[in-house]
Design a protein around this ligand. Structure first.
Ligand SMILES: Cc1cc2nc3c(=O)[nH]c(=O)nc-3n(C[C@H](O)[C@H](O)[C@H](O)COP(=O)(O)OP(=O)(O)OC[C@H]3O[C@@H](n4cnc5c(N)ncnc54)[C@H](O)[C@@H]3O)c2cc1C
Length: 319
């Protein structure tokens, strides 16, 4: 306990007042609205705070988890030990540069960056306007939608490496692939992203953003808590179609359900636990593997769970 008290005092010394919370429920910081407490939740406002907290965790051997908007994370019901560093609203400066460049701190919301780009008459980021995360999360996940992905428009990413170096990584070095990146592989913390966009008519950009928003609203269960697509798209297939064909649409375990609007989403119908979602993920995987011979790989990042174990889910069909 004394060790923890001294650690939290050291954390406090690095941060502005109000930036540290102990035993903070992560259900309040994830779009699934699921997850137990973070031992310490830190919401920094400046880069020196981010660097200081990361260095302290490294020095003290304390686990460090980086969170953006929590729109692609499933946190265990038991929560996570160590520090959760939430890079969101307080670390979200967006700067318009010369020649179509935008620089954004990691916590800037995609939606906000898209609005800045649209007003400046810069095209190319429309695809991300409806992705409910931060640019830091988008860089790590190589977030994409409707034919666009972050790697199409990112010029560089400034990162903190696990060795404590701040490095500016070029697009070529970033190893972006489908929902993967060097930052994910190597555990780099994204501090800032540089985008290179193309001049265009603001009204035309707005029209494309409106069209994409409408398509999302028609197809996706945006009125229910979720983490978006639960599974990655297997090559040559759509996860949602495979799940539908396997008869899993609407299936439910506890408060978690395969969305009846879009089978690629698992939604929290109210009171879902992380264990409900995990069991439903496994049930879907098993059914699709039996039905189509394809193993669906989760896209959602899972925090605080022991290595996967076999379960016998108590599965019920939707009424
Ligand atoms: C309704 C809905 C629709 C969605 N639609 C899409 C879509 O169309 N396309 C798509 O790709 N995704 C989609 N998603 C998923 C999600 O929004 C994206 O993956 C998004 O990029 C995650 O960003 P985030 O800030 O929420 O990251 P988080 O969910 O907070 O984190 C995701 C991962 O990135 C890491 N991370 C976050 N920030 C940093 C950082 N600064 N440095 C290092 N690591 C970091 C975390 O540790 C974690 O491993 C959707 C989600 C929802 C809820």
């Amino acid at each position: 306990m004394a060790v923890h008290d001294s650690f939290s005092q050291q954390l406090c010394a690095l941060l502005k007042e109000g930036s540290l919370q102990g035993e903070e429920p992560l259900s309040q910081h994830t779009t699934f609205q699921i997850g137990g407490p973070a031992q310490w939740l830190v919401t920094p406002c400046a880069e020196d705070e981010v660097l200081g907290v990361a260095a302290l965790c490294h020095q003290e051997g304390m686990p460090l988890h980086v969170l953006g908007s929590g729109s692609n994370v499933l946190v265990a019901d038991e929560g996570v030990r160590g520090v959760v560093l939430k890079l969101a609203e307080g670390f979200a400066e967006v700067t318009l540069g010369e020649d179509g460049c935008i620089q954004a701190q990691a916590g800037a919301a995609n939606e906000h960056i898209a609005a800045v780009a649209q007003q400046a008459g810069l095209a190319g980021f429309e695809f991300a306007s409806g992705i409910p995360g931060t640019i830091g999360g988008a860089a790590v996940m190589n977030a994409g939608a409707y034919g666009g992905q972050l790697s199409d428009v990112a010029q560089w990413v400034r990162c903190l490496t696990p060795k404590g170096e701040v490095r500016r990584i070029s697009a070529e070095e970033a190893h972006w692939g489908y929902r993967q990146s060097l930052m994910m592989e190597e555990g780099y913390l994204v501090l800032e992203v540089g985008l290179n966009l193309t001049p265009d008519d603001p009204a035309a950009i707005q029209e494309r953003m409106d069209d994409l928003r409408q398509r999302r609203e028609e197809k996706q269960p945006l009125d229910m808590p979720s983490a978006g697509s639960t599974f990655k798209r297997p090559e040559g297939h759509f996860a949602g179609k495979l799940i539908q064909d396997a008869g899993m649409q609407g299936c439910r375990i506890g408060g978690a359900q395969v969305s009846s609007k879009h089978a690629g989403f698992i939604v929290n119908c109210g009171g879902a636990t992380a264990q409900d979602v995990r069991q439903l993920i496994q049930a879907v995987q098993e059914r699709v593997r039996t039905d189509a011979g394809i193993l669906l790989e989760p896209e959602v990042r899972q925090w605080g769970f022991p290595p996967a174990s076999r379960v016998c889910p108590n599965l019920s069909s939707a009424s």
